[in-house]
Write a protein that binds this ligand. Structure first.
Ligand code: AHR
Length: 500
């Protein structure tokens, strides 16, 4: 198979945020998975955050973290999560498992987590059941410097300095769990609520994200955009991003399917359904273009990933699932697609970071494992902040059912700030390796190094066998002049780094 790369033709900037994460008050994501409490003596922690998890996440350069939801966001009242822990209100997390939420992880704890991770902050506000005043005061509490009721309250609660809020989401899934609204109704609320998401420090502006569509609900995109952009004065500083949610459900929304027990048909079906995100990006972007010709509004895919039937014996409301080589491919495909659409896609957040859905980390008490998806992120991190480079890879159509045929190979290429090329290639075949003959236009290759995540499609890590799937060195590449040659094994994700 031929691979062609033209390093002289750069096609856009790859925002680090394309490899963002999402953490919701759902199951064991926040509690147990990340936050174990300041007084926990059994699990090493810094200010309540698990050291093992934070260390592992730092390794993959988490660029941005979205919180507190998801559906939870539109039921969350931020004032319940500040002040002395013993006086914080307890509530039932009605959406997710009906468990008690004691609000011990709130705004201060989230900001502390982001400080430890060194990542940007993405706060999702409450439109569904919250007021404009509540949203406005939350922004003031987090970001206002000087004398104000909320800044004073923040100082009283132990944090004199304002924090930086990089992104603020005005509601979540307001077409569904966030209030069951129509696009026009939500868009009018967006116009109103966003007015009070004020940037107090103009050196650190808050990017405002409007709630976008679910999957192929193009009517939502059109309805929201047309209502929001009806008056030309709203064109600037009014909407920085429009979200899109798309999950890969191999067997459909009801059945979903097992995370670890699937056959080859389901393997291809899963990958084919994953690739569908590219159609969604193109179609939603075309509608956005009608109202936003200069691409001022970024597409923010703030929930993506696999969603299977939860692991047997676990609380169905906790969405805990295992993660196999199939998930590694799903991650590799999505991340390559986001790179290729970096002109429009400005952020993407995998759902979710720890213990929920396509998690990069799973925990059990004081034990922690990195999933195959984690190792893919670890390879793709080299694309962060790079320039997308023109590339093309030859492939054949493979699969077992006409409806779910996929290309055998898929790639994206970027150039980093030091001038190194990073090629990430997915081999979607469950059983066939491909020899790849690459040409890098007008280049003289000085050296190549490689790393790979792959194996038999069901392979996954367990607490008993935590290193079954991991990132391995890939040395089987030959390079000479402007040519490289290698064979990519079946069901694998490969990263090559090339010094020119
Ligand atoms: O990630 C789980 C849920 O999926 C989120 O809470 C919601 O936004 C989406 O439906």
């Amino acid at each position: 198979m031929k691979l062609y790369i033209n390093p002289k033709n750069t096609l856009g900037h790859i925002n680090p945020e394309l490899q963002g994460h999402f953490s919701e008050h759902l199951g064991r994501c926040i509690y147990e998975g990340i936050y174990v409490g300041e007084d926990n003596k059994d699990i090493p922690n810094v200010n309540g955050m698990r050291c093992d998890v934070v260390e592992a996440l730092k390794q993959i350069n988490i660029p941005v973290l979205r919180w507190p939801g998801g559906c939870f966001a539109d039921e969350y009242h931020w004032k319940d999560g500040i002040g002395p822990k013993e006086t914080r209100k307890k509530m039932i997390n009605t959406h997710w498992g009906g468990v008690v939420e004691d609000n011990s992880f709130g705004t201060h704890e989230f900001m502390e987590l982001c400080r430890q991770l060194g990542c940007k902050t993405y706060i999702n506000g409450n439109v569904g059941s919250g007021t404009v005043q509540e949203m406005s005061e939350w922004v003031e509490y987090m970001t206002f410097e000087g004398v104000s009721p909320m800044a004073d309250l923040r100082a009283k609660n132990g944090h004199e300095d304002p924090w930086r809020v990089d992104y603020f989401g005005v509601g979540n899934e307001n077409w569904g769990c966030g209030g069951n609204m129509t696009p026009e109704y939500y868009a009018n609320l967006y116009r109103r609520y966003q007015t009070y998401v004020r940037t107090y420090n103009h050196e650190k502006p808050i990017s405002k994200i409007c709630c976008g569509a679910n999957v192929d609900d193009y009517g939502w995109t059109d309805g929201v955009m047309s209502t929001c952009f009806r008056s030309p004065e709203f064109l600037h500083g009014f909407m920085d991003g429009l979200s899109l949610h798309y999950y890969t459900h191999p067997e459909g929304w009801i059945e979903k399917g097992s995370a670890t027990e699937f056959d080859e048909k389901v393997w291809y079906k899963t990958l084919s359904k994953t690739l569908y995100i590219e159609d969604l990006i193109n179609h939603h972007a075309a509608i956005m273009d009608k109202y936003d010709k200069h691409h001022k509004v970024g597409m923010i895919i703030d929930e993506w990933g696999t969603w299977y039937t939860c692991e047997p014996g676990t609380n169905p409301g906790f969405l805990y699932q295992q993660n196999t080589i199939r998930d590694a491919l799903v991650a590799g495909l999505n991340l390559n697609i986001f790179n290729k659409h970096c002109d429009r896609v400005k952020m993407a957040n995998i759902a979710q970071m720890v213990n929920v859905l396509q998690a990069v980390i799973l925990t059990d008490g004081d034990k922690m494992i990195k999933t195959p998806t984690y190792h893919v992120f670890d390879m793709f991190k080299h694309h962060q902040d790079g320039e997308l480079v023109e590339s093309f890879i030859e492939s054949e159509k493979i699969g077992l059912e006409d409806e779910f045929m996929v290309p055998s190979l898929q790639e994206s290429v970027s150039m980093d700030k030091e001038g190194r090329l990073h090629i990430t290639i997915n081999n979607l075949s469950a059983d066939k390796a491909y020899n790849v003959d690459g040409l890098i236009a007008d280049a003289k290759i000085l050296s190549v190094s490689g790393e790979i995540v792959g194996g038999e499609m069901h392979e996954h890590n367990t607490f008993e066998e935590p290193e079954k799937v991991t990132k391995r060195m890939f040395k089987d590449v030959s390079a000479s002049g402007d040519r490289i040659n290698f064979t990519i094994p079946a069901s694998s994700v490969l990263h090559l780094s090339i010094v020119l």
